[in-house]
Design a protein around this ligand. Structure first.
Ligand code: SF4
Length: 343
């Protein structure tokens, strides 16, 4: 089976019955569904949480007033093409704006895909690396995009080798969907290419539902950890995908069982045509509060809002403490309130 990229291919493979309206969606936002993802979808199940993440719907044509083309303000913090420098000690390096799949809720959906910002040219990559080399406060380089793991091991090796040569960079981090959506591509050559000599490589695995942990995906994560890469998770809280305590608990446990430390649970960003995925922050806080006590501390993610406009991330997990002046009220995982210090 080939990569599904068009409305007609969605019909031909039986993922949708009727493509009407989807041509208009496809004209705006890229479609991409790999065979590994198709295998995860339960055919004929209209509310399938995997299909909901990847199969386009006409709901994407509805844009609400608060939605914006650049929801987390990448463009206003980009000193050179492909670099986002939002916090002093770390930068995003967006070498490529292509992904193996196209998530229907993507926060960078206006930038990724065949009509997106493309891949950095050799000169642009030179300028991006020169920027990083010239800013000694940069401790961490985060390769995102797009999905940087669409690059060949040879291209990735070129980038990691150049980062290895910058003494103030200590951490190289990749953000990717690949272990779940194209696990067979995570082979020894790719794992080796992610490592920058003398640096520590972290990789954030993007998965949103426990069913994404196929035997092949688990094996890919295992190859990464065994290859010396530290894995952390990132998930997006999505209506109709993982908006229950049970599903989130199982998802976080899947990460931990596969040696992926739960890291970020993102509140969905204000990307155009994604309102059908968004929960309120209160709903998100109630779900996150429900995880406390229910699952191990190892499995707790941080619930994060990327403040629109590029103001960075805020931890919006349920506030468990209030008060001040040495006198606080702390809420336990059952909702009980306690004075601190105790009377
Ligand atoms: S893999 Fe990431 S960047 Fe690519 S479409 Fe999905 S959310 Fe967007």
């Amino acid at each position: 089976m080939m990569l599904i990229k068009t409305a007609d291919a969605l019909v031909a493979t039986g993922l949708v019955e009727d493509a009407s309206g989807l041509e208009a969606v496809a004209a705006k936002y890229a479609i991409g569904i790999t065979p590994a993802v198709v295998a995860l979808i339960e055919a004929g199940e209209p509310d399938d949480p995997i299909a909901r993440q990847f199969v386009p719907t006409a709901a994407e044509l509805v844009t609400t007033p608060e939605e914006r083309v650049d929801p987390i303000g990448d463009l206003s913090h980009s000193p050179v093409e492909g670099v986002v420098h939002r916090y002093p000690d770390r930068v995003l390096l967006k070498a490529v704006h292509v992904c193996p799949v196209y998530c229907r809720f993507c926060f960078r959906r206006e930038m990724v895909g065949p009509q997106g910002l493309g891949t950095l040219t050799a000169a642009e990559l030179d300028a991006a690396i020169a920027y990083i080399a010239g800013h000694t406060e940069i401790w961490e380089v985060i390769l995102t995009g797009g999905d940087p793991l669409v690059l060949s091991p040879r291209r990735l090796r070129e980038i990691t080798a150049r980062l290895a040569g910058i003494s103030h960079v200590k951490i190289v981090r990749f953000h990717t969907r690949l272990p779940v959506v194209e696990p067979q591509r995570v082979d020894e050559a790719l794992v080796e290419a992610l490592k920058a000599s003398g640096k520590t490589t972290y990789l954030a695995v993007h998965a949103n539902h426990p069913r994404e942990f196929s035997p092949e995906a688990k094996a890919a994560m295992g190859r990464l950890v065994d290859g010396g890469i530290v894995l952390v998770s990132q998930s997006v809280l999505l209506r109709g995908v993982n908006d229950s305590v049970e599903t989130l608990a199982e998802l976080m446990r899947c990460f931990v069982e596969n040696r992926v430390k739960p890291y970020y649970l993102h509140h969905p960003d204000l990307a155009p045509g994604t309102s059908h995925f968004r929960l309120s922050i209160e709903e998100g806080q109630a779900l996150v509060a429900g995880l406390r006590g229910r699952i191990s501390g190892l499995a707790q993610p941080t619930y994060i809002l990327d403040i629109p406009g590029g103001h960075g991330k805020a931890d919006i997990g349920a506030a468990e403490i209030s008060g001040g002046d040495g006198c606080f009220t702390v809420r336990d995982y059952r909702g009980g309130e306690h004075r601190y210090p105790p009377e």
